[in-house]
Design a protein around this ligand. Sequence first.
Ligand code: AMP
Ligand code: ZN
Length: 495
Amino acid sequence: MGDLFVYNTLVGDKVKFEPVSAGNVGIYVCGPTVYSEVHLGNCRTFVSFDVVVRYLRFLGYNVRYVRNITDAGHLENDSDFGEDKISKKAKLEQLEPMEIVQKYTLNFHSVMSQFNTLPPSIEPTATGHIVEQIEMVKSILENGHAYVENGSVYFDVAKYNSDGNNYGHLSRRDIEEMSAGSRDLQGQQEKRNPVDFALWKNASEEHIMKWPSPWGIGFPGWHLECSAMGAKYLGDHFDIHGGGMDLKFPHHECEIAQCVSAHKKNPVNYWMHTNMLTLNGKRMSKSTGNTLLPEDIFSGENAILNKAFSPMVVRFFMLQAHYRSILDFSSEALSASEKGFNKLMQANLLLQKAIYSKATLDKQLETKVVDLINGCYKHMNDDFNTPLTIATLFELVAIINTLNSTNSFGTLSEKVFNSLQNTMNGFIIDVLGLDSVQINNKNDKSEKLIELMLSLRAEAKNNKDYALSDKIRDDLTKIGVVIKDGKDGTTFTLT
Ligand code: AMP
Ligand code: ZN
């Protein structure tokens, strides 16, 4: 099937993928900070890595996939000063910080499962690994790359670099320039150099989430959890580390420095970064309010789209762009994706149901099908190029539809016909993670039953029995049938 090539941010190029231990892959992806609902931009990053993990498994690798939950230490504006994002939200919603964590972790899991992403093998939390983080700070201090100031511990970037290391390499930043250009004044007096970053922060009286440490009561710096948990579950030198491009600096740059200092080893072979989902040409981001929530797209209740779209259509839309390209969200693009998705799933359904009966071999067609099957692997092997893989699947769809309408699948050899069936199912369902249930349902009785429920609901409404009509809607929603009342009547989507 050829070699797999991965774009490695550390190298700035596509490089051949060779795991540390043959047949096994360790991958760590930075998870969400659970202080609010995940927006569609966050989802794009997690869906992208879901496909990476799926493809590695499809190739036969035994993958350990670690994706953390950040439930402490992430301060406002991603800086070393200010309030913890979770504590702040807890005050706002008048809940315990751990209630906030629970609420938004559940939201995250529910959204991830609607997008049909596979759960990680391990999902560690920052608060569950305070001991490991303190141990790591101790090692960095022992190695002379950190200093203590007023109960806080800061990483000493200049000292680290003077020992022959290269802070700034991953994000291609020049430390001299950064030191001179920094305007981050708040609390800066504690740091020897503006580029230094917090490993452990002294907690003020009103700070809620805090733990005892050798340096006093405090909490870990944001970058520390991923270094500590990555090393704990994947070892101090593992294969792939991923996240959105915005995490390259400072988060991942700091992670590397912490690990190199504590373990005297380059922690990760391949750094992968996903590009941003944009809305109206601007990055989707919680802090600017330029966001769309997945639920609002699935229900159709939003100001941007004129109808609801199912999670699988949104997933398909995301995969039609390469993970390193910017993707702009729009109603038109989603509608086009919906058509494409239905066409792809319908053709695969026809193919899987087709009964093979041998006919005269069409050699030219057979060669073309084999080339296209190989093309699917070729494109996925080229840094997980999902758009070109999908384009290749559509070339196969055209052939499948012709063979189906002329009832001539038998013009392929049985071996190639079987391989075509396996490839279509393998790439669509296993690799791209497109769940066929939603389209299958259209062909069975459940759609008719839903229509029947909707007509009973309409009748209840006419009789002004709103309790009953609301009950029908709520009960349908609970089993994943989302109803939308529009000008032209009631429509539904399956989630
Ligand atoms: P956060 O919860 O803010 O730490 O973000 C979780 C993940 O979502 C990180 O990997 C971010 O890089 C990623 N992310 C945030 N905004 C976007 C966006 N607009 N498009 C793609 N990924 C994003
Ligand atoms: Zn991280």
